[in-house]
Design a protein. Structure first.
Length: 132
């Protein structure tokens, strides 16, 4: 990824030995740092979340049965439980919580929102599970 929109994308004063991507002047680190909905911002939020939730880095992992085109798995570490869901389709899909749990949204690839048992098209959603 280019660093910025300056000549040679902020890599050096010399001509880069590899070609730059076509939209380097607008799609670069400097531009994406200012956009809270950018891929760079999403990656940084995911890294912060992984560092703050031990279940995401040290916990066990269990695949969860889900609707077609949905990948779901639960991570556990101690009493912490995290449900990761990804809707790979262009249609909304339902999400069932494990029995006896409630969920708090930790991160969405769309705008952060309260959990409503529906994954929007192409959405990834990370939920903290609490035993009721």
């Amino acid at each position: 990824m280019a660093w910025d929109g300056s000549p040679r994308a902020g890599f050096s004063n010399a001509e880069p030995w590899l070609p730059l991507h076509n939209d380097w002047r607008t799609r670069n680190v400097a531009a994406e740092e200012l956009d809270l909905n950018s891929m760079l911002s999403l990656y940084r939020a995911l890294l912060r979340l992984r560092r703050s939730e031990a279940a995401l880095s040290m916990g066990s992992i269990e695949l969860i049965d889900a609707e077609p085109d949905v990948i779901a798995y639960e991570r556990k570490h101690g009493s912490a439980r995290i449900l990761v869901t990804m809707n790979l389709s262009a249609e909304p899909r339902g999400v069932e919580l494990p029995q006896g749990t409630a969920a708090e949204t930790l991160l969405s690839t769309l705008a952060v929102r309260p959990f409503d048992a529906v994954l929007q098209p192409n959405e990834g959603l990370i939920l903290k599970l609490e035993v009721q």
